[in-house]
Design a protein around this ligand. Structure first.
Ligand code: ADP
Ligand code: MG
Length: 707
């Protein structure tokens, strides 16, 4: 692997499986290329004649590379990607085949997709959906044991037009944000930029464990996390794993993963060991939100695939192990113009500073106004173990700005800006800001939403989920804040005076969301409550906010999602929650009944036999250790059995509930989930008592320190 990479050269490998801009330029007639570029960049409709030519060039390239099939690659509401493969063959009259791929096949597909979650949307309409080519994300080749397949990124929509996927709202939100940001930029005198794009660099955390251990744990196989497991003698307390030397086996995995990602044009850049044992992280260089989302899906898929090739299993679950850190994604997000200006980068001139502060405060206004929506966008059953629960960040949305920016913001609030370096009064659009040191701003790791010099880092995002949700929410809420600012400024007589007044008002109304302290403390929870910030502790409780009136108004105003679609999405989140907890409960019962209790019985029998055997010898030996152990183990077994019965009852009751999905999900959370906790406690205590030889599943120590 390493050798062939050295032979070929990294630059040749990079993007070699992508039908990228360079290839299009090379292989398409000039006119076709120009027309396609116009569609990609300006969002113009695609001419069918152009599509035919593009499809032909794509097919020729794919076939030269050994592809036999093509697929419309889409992102249904399952959160993972879906594909249905069709071969290029088309029969001829003489009993042979030719290879074909038409513009029509490129543009539109009809995967019989009636079994994807639709949240009830389709039940009343048609059962069919179609996929439509998203030409803003390049087509690529997937190589694996099954062969080579041409993948065309697509959006997935029902026949009556309802959105059924993760890509469509993201694309629409990017458009909405661009429209509103351009309004503001024009007011600042920008006449050259054509679009504003949102950029994202998602840092992906994951666990890597030995596949042999994984295969022996039904919970990992069926639910992605361990449902049992006592605290190991060593956890993450020595902090010796974070940024530690990467073991050779892991290194080999990372190297192969990088090459696979580079081939697909994914800008895999940074890798390191994370806080928990067996935990790692991969960060790409940022790209447009749409491409970054596609690439993150590919990254997660390839992590799993490549791990298997190395006898490893990759865990993307948010909390695979109790007692050590879980995984998340840090969604680094910014806005930039098509001609390369990062709008969240403080500038050097008074004019640039005013523009920077406007965009910065627009995001602050957006996040405070729609904190609930951001919270829902980060909700999934796995993240319930982290946000506001066993592990930070808390479930409260707040923004970290750093001392210097906070100082500037509070000066805006007071009405006058005093440049801390130069002294004297500073007016928006008239005087420069002091240089803001970038490094200074990144050190608060407890904030769920931190400004890091020239971008925001949303740190609540679940490790296993698509990043589409958090980003279409971020884009849309920011679009709304910018729209309101533009509205006022467009009617203003004195631009600078109006801007100063607007920014001052935003600070007054929304600075409650700014918090630079330690977000992991109990004091913050109390303080946040006094400030009136929402603290939504669980997925189930977050769902109603998705289709609340305020949210519907927002998403409909920007043409991102309508009421029915929002309600359907909420329904899907709840259904997924119910199914997830149900599978976890049943898996626990399976393991408790068939593995854990039998092991305890065996051990208790062994102890009893030992006691009897010694007694039979007639020798007056000390059997108090065995006796004590037998009493302990028997008591725990009794309690375990009771808790098995309790969980069976709770999960039967939950499964039998009909009608209100919200009530059912709440029951799973309150009753089933707590019954699972109680059962786990008994089992974990038994693990510490029972002879290791009898224990039927690998322990945390076996799993976490074995790669
Ligand atoms: P830090 O050390 O502050 O976390 P890095 O430069 O290591 O910052 O970047 C972390 C992640 O943020 C990377 O994925 C990077 O590509 C991404 N990133 C950097 N600049 C931007 C930007 N303007 N927009 C979106 N993501 C960005
Ligand atoms: Mg970072």
């Amino acid at each position: 692997m390493t050798k062939s990479l050295a032979d070929k050269g990294l630059t040749t490998v990079f993007g070699s499986n992508v039908f990228n801009d360079a290839l299009m330029r090379e292989r398409l007639p000039k006119e076709t290329y120009k027309a396609l570029k116009k569609t990609i960049e300006d969002g113009l409709p695609l001419d069918p004649a152009v599509a035919d030519v593009v499809a032909g060039a794509m097919k020729d390239w794919a076939i030269e590379r050994g592809a036999t099939h093509f697929t419309h690659w889409f992102q249904p509401m399952t959160g993972i990607t879906a594909e249905k493969h069709d071969s290029f063959i088309s029969p001829t009259k003489d009993g042979k085949v030719i290879l074909e791929f038409s513009g029509k096949e490129l543009i539109k597909g009809e995967p019989d997709a009636s079994s994807f979650p639709s949240g009830g949307l389709r039940a009343t309409f048609e059962a069919r959906g179609y996929t439509a080519w998203d030409c803003t994300s390049p087509a690529f080749l997937k190589e694996d044991e099954a062969g080579i397949t041409l993948c065309v990124p697509t959006a997935f929509i029902s026949y009556t037009g309802e959105v059924l996927d993760k890509k469509t709202p993201l694309l629409r939100s990017m458009q909405a944000l661009s429209t509103q940001a351009m309004r503001v930029l024009r007011l600042f005198g920008n006449t050259t930029s054509k679009r504003v794009i949102t950029t994202v660099g998602p840092e992906q955390e994951y666990f890597l464990i030995d596949k042999k251990m994984y295969d022996r744990r039904k919970d990992l196989i069926l639910t992605g996390r361990t449902l049992f497991g006592a605290k190991p003698p060593k956890g993450q307390e020595l902090e010796d794993h974070y940024f530690g030397v990467i073991k050779e086996r892991v290194s080999a995995f990372m190297q192969e993963l990088n090459v696979e990602l580079w081939k697909l044009g994914v800008l895999a850049k940074t890798q390191h060991n994370e806080v928990a044992p067996a935990q790692h992280e991969l960060a790409p260089i940022f790209s447009t939100t749409n491409v970054a989302t596609d690439h993150n899906q590919l990254t997660m898929e390839l992590m799993k695939k490549v791990a298997e090739r190395h006898g490893l299993a990759c865990l993307l679950h948010e909390k695979p192990f109790a007692g050590v850190n879980g995984s998340g994604k840090h969604n680094n997000w910014s806005l930039s113009t098509d001609d390369g200006q990062n709008l969240l980068d403080p500038g050097h001139t008074p004019h640039e500073n005013a523009q920077f502060l406007t965009f910065l405060l627009a995001v602050i206004k957006a996040v405070d106004t729609y904190a609930e929506l951001l919270r829902v966008s980060a909700a999934n059953p796995g993240n319930d173990h982290r946000l506001g629960a066993n592990e930070a960040p808390p479930a409260i949305i707040s923004i970290f700005l750093g001392d210097q920016l906070t100082d500037i913001i509070s000066q805006i609030e007071k009405g006058e800006l005093t440049n801390s370096k130069q002294g004297g009064a500073l007016k928006i659009g008239v005087t420069t800001l002091p240089d803001l040191p970038k490094d200074n701003t990144d050190r608060n790791r407890t904030s769920p939403f931190a400004f890091t010099g020239n971008k925001f880092e949303f740190r609540m995002v679940p490790s296993s989920a698509s990043i589409s949700g958090p980003n279409f929410v971020l884009n849309t809420i920011t679009a709304q804040a910018l729209a309101e600012i533009a509205e006022e400024l467009e009617g203003a007589a004195d631009f600078n005076a109006a801007l100063q007044e607007i920014l001052q008002r935003i600070v007054k109304q929304h600075s409650r969301v700014i918090f630079n302290g330690n977000g992991y403390t109990d004091e913050w929870v109390g303080e946040a409550e006094r400030r009136g910030l929402p603290n939504i502790r669980s997925t189930v409780e977050s769902v109603p906010y998705l289709s609340a009136e305020k949210s519907v108004r927002l998403f409909e105003a920007h043409g991102v999602l309508n009421k029915a679609e929002l309600e359907a999405r909420g329904e899907i989140v709840l259904e997924t929650y119910i199914k997830t907890i149900n599978i976890e409960a049943l898996t626990m019962l399976y393991m408790a009944n068939r593995q854990i209790l039998p092991a305890a019985v065996k051990y208790a029998t062994k102890l009893a036999k030992s006691i009897n055997a010694i007694k039979e010898t007639g020798i007056d030996a000390d059997i108090s250790a065995q006796g004590e152990l037998l009493t302990l183990v028997s008591a725990k077994m009794g309690s375990l059995r009771q808790n098995i019965v309790a969980l069976e009852k709770a999960s039967d009751q939950a499964a039998a509930m009909h009608g209100d999905t919200y009530e059912q999900a709440l029951f799973y959370k309150n009753e089933v989930f707590s019954a699972m906790d109680a059962l786990r406690q008994d089992a974990d205590e038994l693990e510490t008592l029972v002879d290791a030889e009898f224990w039927p599943i690998p322990t945390y120590a076996d799993i976490l320190f074995n790669v």
